[in-house]
Design a protein around this ligand. Structure first.
Ligand code: ATP
Ligand code: MG
Length: 167
């Protein structure tokens, strides 16, 4: 069977990683959607879809389960969103999400939805990690080593700090 997991991954962190490692044990293949793919260079969405693909792919090299990483742009019409996602992804049977809107939309489409337990959600959230980057606080321990490498390579922290400045 194939499972589906979607996030914005701004950035990909250890919370996402622990969920994907758990999903890997219960499916044959994982389809990973990179949401809001069109967004980058903003405070809430600093990294491009391509950079996020890199973070995921490099972090998951040792995952014992084949996976696909697929950027998915937003559409401004929630009622059509599930069809939009399915038009971009290999077929999947089970959706793994704890996002209430994602769960609701897939459930209404008649798909099986499971919500994985959160992993230290207070510290392991994209919002908390971006805040730490902006404030010059340590964040590297909250993401896989491959993500530290990608963000260094693209000068991601510098980008975020520049975006935050006023003109
Ligand atoms: P942001 O704060 O930017 O919204 P986020 O940490 O919520 O970032 P997303 O990319 O928005 O990350 O979330 C993708 C999915 O990952 C969501 O279903 C979310 O519930 C889940 N998720 C986020 N943090 C954790 C965590 N610590 N443990 C398990 N799942 C998580
Ligand atoms: Mg979120």
């Amino acid at each position: 069977s194939r499972g589906f997991y979607i996030g914005r991954f701004q950035p990909y962190h250890n919370g996402h990683h622990s969920v994907l490692e758990r999903i890997a044990r219960s499916v044959d293949e994982i389809v990973i959607g990179v949401g809001s793919a069109q967004l980058s260079h903003t405070l809430d969405n600093p990294f491009t879809a391509g950079e996020r693909v890199l973070m995921l792919t490099r972090s998951l090299t040792d995952l014992d389960c084949p996976f696909y990483v697929i950027p998915i742009e937003d559409i401004q019409r929630n009622a059509l969103w599930v069809a939009h996602v399915r038009s971009m992804t290999p077929p999947f049977e089970t959706v793994y999400s704890s996002n209430p809107l994602v769960m609701q939309l897939f459930a209404e489409a008649g798909m099986a939805v499971q919500s994985p337990d959160m992993y230290e959600r207070l510290t392991h959230s994209g919002t908390a990690i971006r805040r730490r980057m902006l404030d010059g606080e340590p964040w590297e321990h909250l993401v896989p080593p491959a993500v530290v490498e990608v963000i260094r390579e693209i000068r991601g922290v510098e980008r975020l700090q520049r975006i935050a400045r006023s003109d």
